[in-house]
Design a protein around this ligand. Structure first.
Ligand code: PMP
Length: 373
C-alpha cells in the first residue's frame, strides 16, 4: 500500500491499515490454497468460509461478552433491510411498536416500520430539535407494543446512547440500531432483545449486517417475512448460522480481520478509552475556539463520540466551509463534509481512523482558525 490519506468518511469508512494489508496479502491466495477467499464456497462443510464465519461470530461474542441465549447472525440488506426485518420478525400478534425519534436514522426506521405496523412515539425529538436522548425512565412505553426501537448513535445529528438503558420490568424488548457505534464501547447485550448494525463503519466494509438476537424472539415472525430477512432461518441454518442464502463471504472475512485487530488492541475497554480521548480532543478544540467552530446544542451526556457535526462560524460566512474542505484536502485530510441533506461539516472518529489522522486534523483545524478568524 502506498501512503494512506487521513480519511474521516462517515461510511463506508476508513479501515485499520493492518486489516487492509492482511486482506491485500491474502487477496488471491487464502491460506496457501491458491484460491482467494471470495472464490471459495460457503457450502464446504468445515471449510475456510464456514471457519471464517464461525470465528468472526465467536470473536464478536467474546469482544461484546454476548450471553449464550443470543444468536449472532451475518445478514444482508444493511440497516435499511433491518428497518423492515425488525417488524417483520418481531411483531408476533401485536399491531404496534414504540420508536424513539432522535434524528434522521430513527425516522428512516420509523418510516419503514410504518408499512407493517402502527408506529408509536416513545419520545419525540422534534420538540428538542434533536439535541436530547432522555433517560429510559421517561420513555413513553406501551405494554401493547411488540418492541421499543432506539437508534444508539444518530450519525448525522450526533446524538449517542452512551449507557445501556434499563427499561421498567415487563416492558417490550428493546431493539437498537447500533450501526455507527457498535464496537466503540462495551455493551451490556442483556439489556437488549436485538441489536443490529450494518457494515461500513466500525465493523468492516459495507455490504453485510450483524444481527444479535435473543433466542426467545425467533418465533414471532410474520408468515410474510421474506426468507432472506428471517432471523429464524438464518439462526437455524446448518452446519453454521447465516448460511440460508449465500452470505457476503468476503465481507464477513474482512469483519473477522477487524475483530481480530480489536482483540489485539486489548478489547473494547481499551477501545472506549481511545474513543473518549479522541472525541474529547476534538470537542475541546471546538469549544475553545471562541465560536469560530460551533456545535449543535446536544446535551453533553449524549453527545456522540463517533460523529461530531459542526459548523464554521455557524455557516454564516459564504464559502468558508467549502474553503475548510478544500484546504483540508490540500493537507491530505478527506471526507469531512456532512450528509448531502444537512449542511455543515462532521468529524467521524470510527475505530479505523488512526491517532495520527486525528492529530493531523487537530493541527489543521487550529491553523485554519488562525488563518480565517
Ligand atoms: N442507521 C444508522 C445509524 C446509520 O448511520 C446508517 C448509515 N449511515 C444506516 C442506519 C443505514 O445503513 P445502510 O445504508 O447500511 O442501510
Amino acid at each position: 500500500l502506498s501512503k494512506r490519506a487521513h480519511n474521516f468518511s462517515a461510511g463506508p469508512a476508513c479501515l485499520p491499515e493492518s486489516v487492509m494489508r492482511t486482506a491485500a496479502a491474502e487477496f488471491c491466495d487464502y491460506g496457501g490454497s491458491g484460491i482467494g477467499m471470495m472464490e471459495l464456497s460457503h457450502r464446504d462443510a468445515g471449510g475456510p468460509v464456514q471457519n471464517a464465519m464461525s470465528q468472526a461470530a465467536e470473536d464478536l461474542r467474546s469482544l461484546l461478552s454476548i450471553p449464550d441465549a443470543y444468536h449472532v447472525l451475518f445478514m444482508q440488506g444493511g440497516a435499511h433491510g433491518q428497518f423492515a426485518a425488525v417488524p417483520l420478525n418481531l411483531l408476533g400478534d401485536k399491531k404496534q411498536a414504540d420508536y424513539l425519534n432522535t434524528g434522521f436514522w430513527s425516522q428512516r426506521a420509523m418510516k419503514e416500520a410504518a408499512r407493517y405496523c402502527d408506529v408509536r412515539l416513545a419520545y419525540d425529538g422534534t420538540v428538542d430539535n434533536f439535541t436530547k436522548l432522555p433517560s429510559a425512565s421517561t420513555w413513553d412505553i406501551s405494554p401493547d407494543s411488540a418492541y421499543v426501537h432506539v437508534c444508539a448513535n444518530e450519525t448525522i445529528h450526533g446524538v449517542e446512547l452512551l449507557e445501556d438503558p434499563v427499561l421498567p420490568a415487563g416492558s417490550p424488548p428493546l431493539v437498537a440500531d447500533f450501526t455507527s457505534t457498535l464496537l466503540s464501547r462495551p455493551v451490556d447485550v442483556s439489556k437488549y432483545g436485538l441489536i443490529y448494525a450494518s457494515g461500513g463503519k466500525n465493523l468492516g466494509p459495507a455490504g453485510f449486517t450483524v444481527v444479535i438476537v435473543r433466542d426467545d424472539l425467533l418465533d414471532r415472525a410474520s408468515p410474510l417475512c421474506p426468507s432472506v430477512l428471517s432471523y429464524k432461518l438464518s439462526a437455524e441454518s446448518k452446519p453454521v448460522p447465516s448460511l440460508y442464502n449465500t452470505p457476503p463471504t468476503y465481507l464477513i472475512y474482512m469483519c473477522g480481520l477487524v475483530l481480530q485487530d480489536l482483540k489485539d488492541l486489548g478489547g473494547l475497554r481499551a477501545v472506549q478509552k481511545r474513543v473518549r480521548r479522541r472525541s474529547d480532543q476534538i470537542y475541546s478544540l471546538i469549544e475553545a475556539s471562541n465560536s469560530f467552530y460551533t456545535l449543535k446544542n446536544v446535551d453533553k451526556p449524549v453527545r456522540s463520540m463517533m460523529n461530531i457535526p459542526f459548523r464554521v462560524k455557524d455557516g454564516l460566512v459564504d464559502g468558508l466551509e467549502e474553503a475548510f474542505c478544500r484546504e483540508s484536502e490540500a493537507s491530505g485530510i478527506y471526507q469531512l463534509f456532512c450528509h448531502p441533506l444537512f449542511p455543515g461539516l462532521r468529524v467521524t472518529l470510527y475505530n479505523g481512523v488512526p491517532d495520527e489522522a486525528v492529530n493531523a486534523l487537530y493541527r489543521f483545524m487550529v491553523k485554519f482558525m488562525a488563518d480565517h478568524v
